[in-house]
Design a protein around this ligand. Structure first.
Ligand code: NDP
Ligand code: GDP
Length: 338
């Protein structure tokens, strides 16, 4: 039986990866900070009580070393992060402590305590930021455009460096946006699926969003954690883009989600005056400057050819199906709450 240590286990990817590894017979140690935030994900996925919980704050080296001594993992997946781009503009230093130096602490601890363990780092498509070429692949230059992405860039290169310098089996997944009913409510897709469900059920009037023109390559998180696991099964470590290869605007996601909720929208007005209006003429979506970012990554599309060839990985869930399954899950939750 293999042993895995997952940091940031109570987030979206941590919960899905736990489910996957448990189904493969792994002993799964889930590391996170205390409190009960995120435990709802384990409950919904039916894995509550099956993940061995260990307290781990990625800000504290001795804590990380103690956990590694105790668990002696075969595989380490690092998801722990301040993962919200917008917050990184308000908390750039904390974001760097967690997303950049936190990974230095983890790699140092792994090198000292369990150098044979295979290591996965959650890198991000945000690393590409403003670079013009599309779609992005492993060879595309990086130009991060937020404190979040700059911190993740340090972590990315440090992971590569520990592989080259010390021979650690350390791999980075350059992850394009991946979403699901387990996504945090602050992210665009989940904010919209929840709002569409609540508006349909009469529990909310409308929702305010930022840049409608932002384009993302949105995939389904369940499929992405499978690719992460595949990376660590390779004889040699490496870095892989995970993406669908399709890009859609925020506007298109909103349209797809509201249509799935049975509330098709039309658009009226321009710029911050633009509104999404339903068949009864009611404004359901409005634009607010509050959700604009000081610098925006306008467009992301990835080329996952390397992952397809080397890992045999191919995303299957399409854009509209993703929006629909997220809305259906939020509808169901609202119905069950009643
Ligand atoms: P989530 O935000 O859902 O999960 C992140 C987890 O990290 C949370 O459980 C959080 O706990 C934990 N965490 C935060 N700070 C610390 C800390 N100091 N010590 C220990 N744990 C901490 O992210 P996702 O599951 O969506 O993403 C997983 C990883 O993949 C992240 O690193 C993210 O940056 C990266 N990524 C994700 C993408 C996506 O589309 N989902 C795209 C590209 C990269 P708490 O709730 O207590 O804060
Ligand atoms: P990100 O790609 O990691 O920043 O994921 P997000 O889900 O936070 O944002 C995806 C895109 O949606 C970005 O282009 C955002 O600027 C855009 N966006 C527009 N309105 C909103 C909003 O209200 N909330 C969030 N989170 N993003 C929004």
């Amino acid at each position: 039986m293999k042993t895995a240590l997952i940091t940031g286990v109570r987030g979206q990817d941590g919960a899905y990866l736990s489910q996957l590894l448990l189904s493969k017979g792994y002993e799964v140690y889930g590391a996170d900070r205390s409190g009960d935030s995120g435990l709802w994900r384990f409950r919904e996925l039916g894995i509550e009580g099956r993940v061995k919980e260990v307290y781990l704050d990625i800000l504290e080296l001795s804590n990380i070393m103690d956990v590694m001594e105790k668990v002696r993992p075969d595989e380490i997946y690092n998801f722990a992060a301040q993962s919200f781009v917008q917050t990184s503009f308000e908390q750039p230093i904390l974001t760097a402590e967690i997303n950049a130096i936190g990974v230095a602490r983890l790699l140092e601890a792994a090198r000292k305590v369990c150098p044979g363990a295979r290591f996965f780092q959650a890198s991000t498509a945000e690393l590409f930021g403003g670079t013009g070429a599309a779609p992005k692949s492993e060879g595309t230059d990086f130009h991060p455009k937020s404190p979040y992405a700059v911190a993740k860039l340090y972590a990315h290169w440090l992971t590569v460096n520990y592989r080259e310098a010390y021979g650690l089996h350390a791999s980075c997944g350059i992850l394009f946006n991946h979403e699901s009913p387990m996504r945090g409510e602050e992210f665009l897709t989940r904010k919209i699926s929840l709002a569409a469900a609540r508006i349909k059920k009469g529990a909310q009037e409308k929702v305010a969003v930022g840049n409608l023109e932002g384009r993302r390559d949105w995939g389904y998180a369940v499929e992405y954690v499978d690719a992460m696991w595949r990376m660590l099964q390779q004889p040699k470590a490496g870095d892989y883009v995970l993406a669908t290869g399709e890009t859609h605007t925020v506007r298109e996601f909103i349209e797809a989600a509201f249509a799935a909720a049975g509330l098709p929208l039309r658009w009226e007005g321009k710029g911050v005056e633009e509104r999404g209006v339903d068949a009864d003429g009611k404004t359901r979506v409005e634009v607010s400057k509050e959700f604009y970012r000081p610098t925006e990554v306008e467009c992301l599309t990835g080329d996952a050819a390397k992952a397809r060839a080397a890992l045999g990985w191919k995303p299957a869930t399409g854009f509209k199906d993703l929006a629909a399954l997220m809305v259906a899950a939020d509808m169901k939750r609202l119905e069950e709450k009643r």
